[in-house]
Design a protein around this ligand. Structure first.
Ligand code: GDP
Length: 295
C-alpha cells in the first residue's frame, strides 16, 4: 500500500541495519547494541528516545536473541510512545475550525489542499481562509487547491491584516453553516517574534468570532529536516500552543523515525502524515499501521 511504499526508504535502512546487527550471532552484546543504537539514530528517532529504547532493550536482553525478537520488542516499545499521547479531539462543534501553522516550504499549502479534499470526501462542507496574506503566490496556490478539492475560500487583497481574514472566514463559516473551516497562516521564519505575535493575533481573532475556536492548531513539519523539525515543534508549541502535528515528505527520507522521536519529545498527537505528493498521500495517522510499515 501507499504507506509501505512511502516509508520504503526508512524501512530499507532501518530493517537492514537491525538485521545486520545480528549477522553473525544470536545474542545481544556491546557491539550489536551499538549497531542498534546507530540504526535508530540514523533513522532520526532522536538521541533521547533512542537512549530510552536502548535502555529498555538492555533491561530485557534475556528475551531478545535475534532480529525477529528485537523487531517485536522495539515495535511494542514504540507503540507505548504513541499510546502515551492524547488522541485528537472528536469533531463536536460546527464549524470545526482548524488553524494550520508551519514554516514556509514544509508543505503547508499542499497539506491544506489535501485536508480540504479529505473533509469533502467525508461529505463535509469546507471553507479555507487564506490568512497568509504576504505571499501572493501562496494565496494563488491555495485557490487552485480549493478549486481542486471543491472547497470555498476567503481571500482578501495582498497585505490585508491576516487576523481580519481569519475573522471573516470564521464569520462566513458560521453564516453559511460550513462544517469545517481551515485557516492558512504565514510561515516566514526570519521574523520569528513577529511571526508568533501574528499567529497569536490570528488565534485570538478566531476565538473572538467563535468562542472555543480554533478547535485545533495543527503544525506542519517537514520530516526530511530531522531534528530541525523538532526545534520548530518546540518553538511553535511554546509560542502559540499546538494541539497536533502533521509530518510531510516521509516518502523522501530514510529518516522516518522522526515521527516516533517527535511524538515522544512533544507528547503531541500526530494527526496526519504525508507519504507523497498526490491527494491521497496525506494519510490519517494510524500508529499501528505506521509501526508496521516502519521496519
Ligand atoms: P508551503 O511553503 O509550506 O506552503 O509548501 P508547499 O505546500 O508549497 O509544498 C512544498 C513542496 O513540498 C511541494 O512541491 C509539495 O508538492 C511538496 N510536498 C508536500 N507534502 C509532500 C509529501 O508528503 N511528500 C512529498 N514528496 N512532497 C510533498
Amino acid at each position: 500500500d501507499r504507506l509501505k511504499t512511502g516509508l520504503g526508504k526508512t524501512r530499507k535502512s532501518l530493517a537492514g541495519r537491525l538485521e545486520q546487527a545480528f549477522a553473525d550471532k544470536n545474542v545481544l552484546d556491546r557491539q550489536n547494541m551499538e549497531e542498534i543504537e546507530e540504526a535508530l539514530i540514523t533513522a532520526d528517532v532522536g538521541m533521547d528516545t533512542t537512549m530510552k529504547l536502548i535502555g529498555r532493550i538492555e533491561a530485557n536482553a534475556a528475551q531478545i536473541s535475534g532480529p525477529e525478537q528485537l523487531r517485536t520488542f522495539l515495535k511494542q516499545e514504540m507503540r507505548k510512545v504513541f499510546e502515551n499521547v492524547a488522541q485528537p479531539a472528536p469533531v463536536a462543534e460546527t464549524p470545526h475550525v482548524v488553524m494550520v501553522v508551519g514554516v514556509n516550504g514544509v508543505g503547508k499549502t499542499t497539506t491544506i489542499g489535501k485536508l480540504a479534499f479529505q473533509y469533502r470526501c467525508q461529505g463535509a462542507g469546507v471553507l479555507i481562509g487564506a490568512a497568509d496574506t504576504f505571499r501572493a503566490a501562496a494565496v494563488e496556490q491555495l485557490t487552485i487547491w480549493a478549486q481542486r478539492a471543491d472547497a470555498a475560500i476567503v481571500a482578501h487583497r495582498e497585505n490585508t491584516d491576516p487576523a481580519a481574514v481569519a475573522f471573516d472566514t470564521v464569520e462566513a463559516g458560521i453564516s453559511r453553516s460550513i462544517d469545517r473551516v481551515i485557516i492558512d497562516t504565514a510561515g516566514r521564519l526570519h521574523t520569528k517574534v513577529n511571526l508568533m505575535e501574528q499567529l497569536k493575533k490570528i488565534k485570538r481573532s478566531i476565538g473572538k468570532k467563535l468562542p472555543g475556536a480554533p478547535h485545533e492548531v495543527l503544525l506542519v513539519l517537514d520530516a526530511t529536516t530531522g531534528q530541525n523539525a523538532l526545534a520548530q515543534a518546540k518553538m511553535f508549541h511554546e509560542g502559540i500552543g499546538v494541539t497536533g502535528l502533521i509530518l510531510t515528505k516521509l516518502d523522501g527520507t530514510a529518516r522516518g523515525g522522526i515521527v516516533v522521536g517527535i511524538c515522544d519529545a512533544m507528547k503531541l498527537p500526530i494527526h496526519y502524515i504525508g507519504v507523497g505528493e498526490a491527494m491521497e498521500d496525506l494519510q490519517p495517522f494510524d500508529h499501528e499501521a505506521f509501526i508496521d510499515a516502519l521496519f
